[in-house]
Write a protein that binds this ligand. Sequence first.
Ligand code: GTQ
Length: 351
Amino acid sequence: MASVPAATPQVSVEAERQAFYERADTQSLAPLWTRLKALVPKAPTPTCAVHCWHYDDVRPYVMESAQQISAAEAERRVLILENPALRGSSQVTNTLYAGLQLIMPGEVAPAHRHTQSALRFIIEGTGAYTAVDGEKTIMQPGDFVITPSWTWHHHGHDGAGPMVWLDGLDIPILAFYNATFREDHHEAEAPVARPTGDALARYGSGLLPVGHRAGSLNSPVFNYPWARTRDALHALTRAGAPDAHTGHLMRYVNPVDGGWAMPTMATMVRLLPAGFSTQAYRSSDSTVFTAVEGNGEIRVDGQVLKLGPRDIAVVPGWMSYTLHADDDWALFSYSDRVAQEKLGFWREQRL
Ligand code: GTQ
């Protein structure tokens, strides 16, 4: 057999393949085998970054936005919390949006509805309301409020002083599915049909109207007041030791079926007693945290994020992290965990 230099066949194989890729490319075809390991990696490779926004740093910008534009003109006067690794995308994680919304006394952010779900976690101020699907709720710091998909909602402020809340929306998820719809109400304020407090009395008091059926994707409770949540969390600390990996971790529940409050975004709140440190933990859902009361640290990827009241942090999915409480530390968090669970691929690991 005639011998050929060893390198030659390899070179010609590569060259032939390249030529083939170029010809296939003209038909909008691409080889999987050059991409398989990246397309189907062994473990998640989130492209978002660890980040923390300290409220004292961003508050001046949020307040200045009121000099720049009214809530009516802006429709929603929000500064988007954009992940530094995803600038220009309006994403805080690959699947979630976060923003800080400001409303001033006398303002109305006009009624609209959209297929995205929204959550509000109240950061600062008192006296503003949000009206969701015909009921107003007055918001207090630490309250968790939901705006289900396709429900009319507007925000207003009959009290005094600026009011700021954290908006969490599933905007990137809806964009991924290309299933975004919106509609503006013909009036700034959508009709209010029920008295304030009705939903909480009817569905959020350990009672349900007899005959009420499960079946909605969203909790009928749309404001989970901080005063109640706080009492519950502190009661837990008296009953026993916190979970080693998560602390006293609770989820906001749909009282009708025991599920999550919303179908795409999982919302949780936890208390870590003063001095408590968690063992390392990771899960496949990238998570946004905000501290409500107390101070502590999130240690992740060699970084130490100090998180006091109103500070906001993002931890990418599958990155192992630990939590350390300086004093009794209450943390709210949201992620796409509920969507991942329902689709069957959510994972967690206790390290
Ligand atoms: O309050 O309806 O931060 O529609 C982004 C989009 C808030 C809202 C945001 C929205 C809203």
